[in-house]
Write a protein that binds this ligand. Sequence first.
Ligand SMILES: [Zn+2]
Ligand SMILES: [Zn+2]
Ligand SMILES: [Zn+2]
Length: 300
Amino acid sequence: MEITVLGTASIGGVPEWDCTCPNCAAARKNPTLRRTRSAITVTLDGYKHILFDAGHDLKIQLETNNITPRPETAGETYRESRLDSVFLTHGHADHTAGVAEFCTGKSFEIPVYAPPDLVDFLFGTETHPNYFGELGRLAKNYVKPIKLPECEPVERLGVTIKGFEIPHTQVLEDGRRYPSTTYTYEIEYNEKRVIYAPDLGRLDKWLLERLEGVDVFLMDATFWWDNELERISGIPITSYQLGHVPQEEAVEILKNADIGRVIYTHFNHTNPAVDPASEQRKIVENMDQEIAHDGMKIKL
Ligand SMILES: [Zn+2]
Ligand SMILES: [Zn+2]
Ligand SMILES: [Zn+2]
């Protein structure tokens, strides 16, 4: 099984379009420091891929990583999808905006698996359609939304995938999640196990137990400090309030965990660990944990 890390940033990417902070300025100068919105693909044969999350940068990510149609297999209509299926974690735009990209490929009817309330949030119903319900006349049935119950295993390309709820999105008074439930995905093939959690609000005990023995844990690193947004951007809201475990705490919690590789992703432009020369980068590396970069390959 091979994972391609398509993107490693949170909602604004690095650089953010309206920011001149040191990380954004450095990324403008040096393209290798740029980060697109977080997503991964999983493949066994290098040809067909399973996509996890579809953010604003999906099209350019597929082009950059050569997950593009091949003339020899595309046939008479010139069209081909190298994506077998899509799994969405939750309803924030950096994980779903890219669904709009599929509106050109109506013949593919790509299966899009998601928590049941996320399917309703994105696609609505025939009588009450939502934004993704119909993106245009050509786009009707461009994807096949599938409500995925928690922990129900799905087999795609021989890989077993299970989604289960983790804390991240807002819990409303009546118990509904806004804008949807957040899933993490457990991806299993040939006794190798990966857990993908780009957005995670707490590293609770039950989750740490579930992580025991996992080969790769791809983990939320939106912010390093809990008060990072106030500190750097002057926005008075904390990492925990936004549903993200601060990375400085995650590094400590995970240092003795029985996990093959801890790899951080979903970086906000303000996270100092984005800078390869930073003290925070050294802290992560000294713990034998890793910082993902766009285009990273993980082989299992
Ligand atoms: Zn996100
Ligand atoms: Zn910035
Ligand atoms: Zn989110």
